[in-house]
Design a protein around this ligand. Structure first.
Ligand code: MN
Length: 292
C-alpha cells in the first residue's frame, strides 16, 4: 500500500511546532509519513535535527518536506542576484533535510510562492527557474534527495500551473532525481480533468498531496475520489500520499493559506485527531478497493 502521510500544520497554526509531539501523534493515529514545512529547519541545530529524526525512526514515521519559497529567494526571478541567493538558500535547506536523511522535498521550491511584482513573463521565468534548478538538482542528487516540483494554482505561482507544464519542465531539467508532485486542491482549480492530469504526469509523478476543494479532508467536499484513485492506479503510482489539510483560521498558517474561518467548527485537538482517523480510513478503503 502507498505510504500515507499528513502535514503537521493540520494541527498547528504556526509553521514551527513541537516536532516530537506530532511525530508521536502521527504514529499513534496510524500514519506512515509526517510532512514539515522545510524553512524552520534552518534555525534548528543539526544535533537537534538528528534527535527529531531519531524520534521519527523510533515511531516508524518517515519525515518529508515542503516549502513555499520566499520572494527574496525566487529562483525564477529575472534578477540574477535574487536567483543566486535562492540557489544558496535552497542548498542550505537541502543540507538540513539531508541531516534528517530526508528523501524528498516538494512545494513551490522552484519559484517564489505567490505572484511576483511587476511585469510577468511566464516563459522567461520558467527558463530562469530551469537554469537554477539544473544546479540545485545536482546538490539534491549528491545528498540522496528527490526534488518534486509541485504544480500550484494561479494565485500561488506563475511557473507551474498544470501537470503538462510540470512534465515539460522536468524533461528540460533532465535529472534522475527530479519529478512532479500533484495536489488535488490545486488541480481542482487549474486542470480541465484531474484524471487526465494524473495520466499526463505518469512516470514523472513522484509525490501526491490530497485535500478537498477547500482543503478539508478527502470525502468532505466535492472532489471525485474514485476518479482520483483510479487514475493513481492507472499510472501505477506507488509513492507517498500526503494530506495537506488546513481547517482552522488564525496564526501564520491561517494567514499564509488564506483560511479566514474555521472549516471544522468544533474546538479541541481530539476533534482534529478524529478527523485524521476518519481520513486515514477513507484513504485505506480507496487503496484497498483497487489492490493498491
Ligand atoms: Mn500541496
Amino acid at each position: 500500500m502507498n505510504k500515507l502521510g499528513i502535514f503537521m500544520n493540520f494541527w498547528e497554526q504556526n509553521w514551527n511546532a513541537d516536532y516530537y509531539k506530532y511525530i508521536k501523534k502521527a504514529s499513534d493515529l496510524g500514519f506512515d509519513v509526517l510532512e514539515f514545512q522545510a524553512q524552520p529547519l534552518l534555525n534548528i541545530p543539526d544535533e537537534e535535527l538528528r534527535n527529531i529524526k531519531k524520534a521519527a525512526d523510533d515511531c516508524g514515521i518517515e519525515l518529508t518536506y515542503s516549502l513555499g519559497l520566499d520572494k527574496r529567494y525566487d529562483i525564477s526571478s529575472d534578477d540574477p542576484y535574487i536567483r543566486g541567493a535562492g540557489v544558496v538558500y535552497l542548498t542550505d535547506i537541502l543540507k538540513k533535510v539531508a541531516v534528517q536523511e530526508g528523501k524528498i522535498i516538494s512545494g513551490v521550491s522552484y519559484a517564489g510562492w505567490g505572484v511576483p511584482e511587476g511585469e510577468i513573463n511566464k516563459k522567461r521565468r520558467t527558463a530562469n527557474s530551469i537554469g537554477s534548478m539544473k544546479q540545485l538538482v545536482k546538490v539534491a542528487n549528491s545528498l540522496g534527495i528527490q526534488y518534486a516540483v509541485e504544480v500550484v494554482n494561479r494565485f500561488e505561482g506563475v511557473v507551474l500551473n498544470t501537470a503538462k507544464e510540470a512534465v515539460a519542465y522536468v524533461e528540460e531539467v533532465d535529472s534522475p532525481n527530479i519529478g512532479v508532485l500533484l495536489d488535488t486542491y490545486h488541480m481542482n482549480i487549474e486542470e480541465p480533468s484531474i484524471r487526465d492530469a494524473i495520466h499526463t504526469a505518469g512516470k514523472y509523478l513522484i509525490g501526491f498531496h490530497v485535500g478537498e476543494n477547500n482543503r478539508t479532508a478527502p470525502g468532505r467536499g466535492h472532489l471525485n475520489w474514485d476518479e482520483i484513485f483510479d487514475a493513481l492506479k492507472d499510472v501505477n503510482y506507488r509513492g507517498r500520499i500526503v494530506a495537506e489539510l488546513f481547517v482552522k483560521a488564525g496564526g501564520e498558517v491561517g494567514r499564509d493559506i488564506y483560511v479566514w474561518k474555521d472549516l471544522i467548527e468544533e474546538e479541541g485537538e481530539e476533534v482534529l485527531d478524529a478527523e485524521a482517523r476518519y481520513m486515514l480510513a477513507f484513504e485505506r478503503k480507496m487503496l484497498e478497493a483497487r489492490g493498491m
